[in-house]
Design a protein around this ligand. Structure first.
Ligand code: MNH
Length: 456
């Protein structure tokens, strides 16, 4: 998810420039919301952004009978590279329903059985790289290696050789550029001359954008030529399957949009979730001990033991740690909602179908009305209330995350095995800094890994 505004500070266009720091929009809302919430608007570059920060109002926006997904300007700006791919498609575009119907069966809980062996193997490669290294680990960088490799291999039979080098893969670099550009373009859309500006930005980065296009074309070409095989993985489904009722297939253009969408959406957010979970674990010895005890109980005393597909959901405490990390720092920090028909929000604010509001997840998910006075603290075992159901890091309704089971299976197994195999220690002087480049990600978090004897 890349739904947050990231205006490039030309202050005279920013009526409310003081309200949002373009380098850290989510965090500046988090720090300053109490004067502004539960719903407020900010005009940036001539565009109105409406933010909702309370659980009570979020519960209304989540009601599918009244509201639907909207593309925020930042999301709309990604259509240049992601087109009508699943994430950026408009609700009424036929390719959304078509791709959703074709791909949904590949994302059921049951379907995770197919990916499980590759997920496990990829994790083993990360451990081999760690065991050969110094024991000092850049958490976000290595979690990103793991999740990129996992979605590449399981979905597209595409390895990125992430564990072999210290460099970021050129496709990822190109994506970061393209996504940052897209988001900027979307936010600048209301400006006079924005088309010219967009073209100039595109030209400046033409080299990287071309590289990304070629990379995607190569993935398709090698599969079509038989140089790679992947059976009915995501790419296989996209290339070979027809809709069971209409017989329709995805076009070549749409397949490129989908590959890009899945490669990007399929790794950044999961990587951030693992990184935040490790951050909180290293801060809280009690939680760490409990999580490690659970992994010992399930995996036993062999540090190389790998859970079976059926064992992964048994790591209930590890999963609670992940859920709690995603509550405090939802790595896709928001989603936009629009009313189906003119309606009144909170009994006070009129919204028409042209209006939209962003659900600011880090605030909604810390609302004391949903989680009590301790809402800002990390506690994997907190109790739920009626409004706790507004904690939705994977979005809501028909357009919610298709990859949720995939992310949770992958992340639960990874976190369990990391804690089973290593003692993880962070520098006690580290204070959490958060990078808001594409998604939320801890910045500069390094840990020291020591091999442990499970169960000892
Ligand atoms: Mn994911 C949609 C968060 C992992 C593929 N994802 C969404 C939305 C959120 C989200 C929020 C809804 C955005 C909106 O309403 O505008 N996703 C996450 C998080 C993780 C995640 C927090 C990990 C943690 N997502 C994944 C993975 C994949 C994936 C893994 C793919 C393998 N997500 C998607 C796709 C969509 C989406 C595709 C768009 C679905 C649709 O609109 O039909």
């Amino acid at each position: 998810g890349f739904t947050f505004p990231h205006p490039a500070g030309r202050r005279r266009w920013m009526k409310d420039a003081h309200a949002i720091d373009p380098e850290r929009p989510v965090q500046s809302i988090l720090e300053r919301h109490r004067d502004l919430g539960p719903i407020f608007e900010i005009v940036v570059f001539g565009q109105k952004f409406v933010f909702v920060t309370s659980a009570e109002l979020a519960a209304e926006l989540n009601d599918e009978s009244r509201f639907v997904k909207a593309n925020s300007p930042a999301l709309e700006g990604l259509r240049g590279i992601a087109g009508d791919g699943l994430f950026t498609a408009h609700n009424d575009e036929p390719n959304w329903q078509l791709a959703h119907d074709l791909l949904a069966p590949a994302f059921t809980k049951h379907a995770m059985q197919r990916y499980h062996p590759v997920m496990a193997e990829t994790l083993d490669e990360l451990f081999a790289a760690w065991d050969a290294g110094s024991g000092r680990v850049d958490v976000s960088a290595d979690m990103t290696r793991l999740t990129l490799e996992t979605i590449g291999r399981t979905g597209f039979s595409q390895a990125f050789d992430s564990f072999a080098t210290d460099e970021v893969h050129p496709f990822v670099e190109a994506m970061v550029v393209a996504l940052t550009l897209g988001r900027r373009k979307g936010v600048l859309l209301a400006l006079p001359g924005s088309t010219l500006l967009a073209r100039r930005l595109d030209r400046k980065h033409a080299h990287q954008l071309d590289y990304a296009q070629r990379f995607l074309d190569d993935i398709v070409a090698s599969r079509r030529s038989g140089a790679t095989t992947g059976g009915d993985d995501l790419l296989g489904i996209m290339l070979e399957q027809a809709h069971p009722e209409t017989g329709q297939r995805l076009s070549d253009e749409n397949i490129r949009y989908q590959i890009l969408t899945f490669l990007v959406a399929g790794h950044e957010t999961t990587s951030g979730a693992l990184s935040f979970a490790l951050y909180y674990l290293t801060r809280d010895p009690e939680v760490m001990a409990k999580a490690q005890a659970e992994t010992d109980a399930i995996l036993g005393s062999d540090a190389d033991a790998t859970p079976s597909y059926e064992q992964v959901p048994r790591f209930r405490y590890v999963r609670k740690v992940l859920d709690e990390a995603l509550r405090l720092w939802p790595t896709a920090p928001g989603y936009a909602r629009s009313p189906r028909e003119t309606t009144t929000l909170g009994g006070r604010w009129t919204m028409t179908p042209e209006d939209w509001a962003l659900v600011v997840l880090p605030l909604v998910q810390r609302d004391p009305a949903a989680w009590g006075e301790s809402a800002d603290t990390f506690d994997p075992e907190r109790s739920r209330t009626r409004l706790s159901s507004t904690t939705k890091p994977f979005g809501t309704g028909e357009r919610a995350c298709i990859g949720r089971q995939f992310a949770l299976h992958e992340a639960t197994m990874a976190l369990a095995r990391i804690l089973h195999r290593y003692d993880v220690a962070a520098d006690p002087a580290y204070t959490l800094r958060i990078d808001e480049r594409l998604t939320l990600m801890p910045q500069g978090l390094e840990v020291t890994l020591t091999r442990r004897t499970p169960g000892a």
